[in-house]
Design a binder for this molecule. Structure first.
Ligand SMILES: [Zn+2]
Length: 218
């Protein structure tokens, strides 16, 4: 091998190594920027609703249906308020319980309002039945299930009171649903009114009269 060939060969290999290095770091950089954006997006979505990609898709579909309903063809005529009768929990915890212990096909309620234990204090979680605009399984009375929206306050309201943040979230959610579906205050009821004699839900410390007074203040 001539000396010149040796130099040229080495230079070519060197250039190739540099090119590969630049190319790979470029890709690496692009990937990390992309990941950062995805992380940022996920983080934002999580703080808003904590939905899995599947749930997000379902919610998008439901939102379209939700907008499509006008007051006459919506099935929603009542809003039924529940307590979880547990001091802690969130939608996920109750979904597991409803599926595994009660043999139901998922979370019985349409909405769950957190008390700061497993979800944020006053956080509203959407159930899959709301995303799909399906009847809940929150009452014994099947007729009531087919025409009512079920909202559960996390907490044992026989022993404790709902937190102020839960009550604010509940008022806002109920008013929004009332407006959308033209549901009068008289049709916002406690679970015990939907299933008389079968339950004390939503608990001794939840006063429907006090809550209705809140709804009247606009
Ligand atoms: Zn109940």
């Amino acid at each position: 091998m001539r000396f010149v060939d040796f130099i040229l060969g080495t230079a070519a290999i060197f250039a190739l190594v540099i090119a590969v290095y630049l190319f790979s770091t470029d890709i690496g950089l692009a990937n990390s920027v992309q990941n950062m954006t995805v992380d940022k997006k996920n983080k934002l979505n999580k703080t808003v609703e904590r939905l899995s990609p599947f749930e997000r898709k379902e919610k998008k579909k439901a939102d379209t249906r939700y907008r499509r309903y006008d007051q006459e063809d919506s099935p929603w005529k009542y809003i039924v308020i529940h307590h979880s009768a547990t001091r802690q929990g969130n939608a996920k915890v109750f979904r597991e319980y409803h599926k595994k212990k009660m043999g139901l096909d998922g979370l019985a309620y349409h909405f769950v309002i957190g008390n700061g234990t497993y979800s944020k204090n006053g956080e509203i979680e959407y159930g899959e039945k709301w995303h799909r605009q399906q009847p809940g399984t929150h009452c014994h009375n099947a007729n009531m299930n087919s025409q009512s929206i079920g909202i559960c306050l996390v907490g044992n309201l026989d022993k404790d009171k709902a937190t102020e943040k839960q009550m604010i979230a509940l008022s806002q959610l109920v008013r929004d649903l009332q407006r959308r579906y033209d549901i009068p205050n008289g049709n916002v009821i406690g679970h015990k009114d939907a299933d008389p004699g079968r339950t004390e839900c939503p608990g001794k410390n939840f006063s429907l009269n006090v809550f209705e007074a809140r709804l009247r203040v606009r």
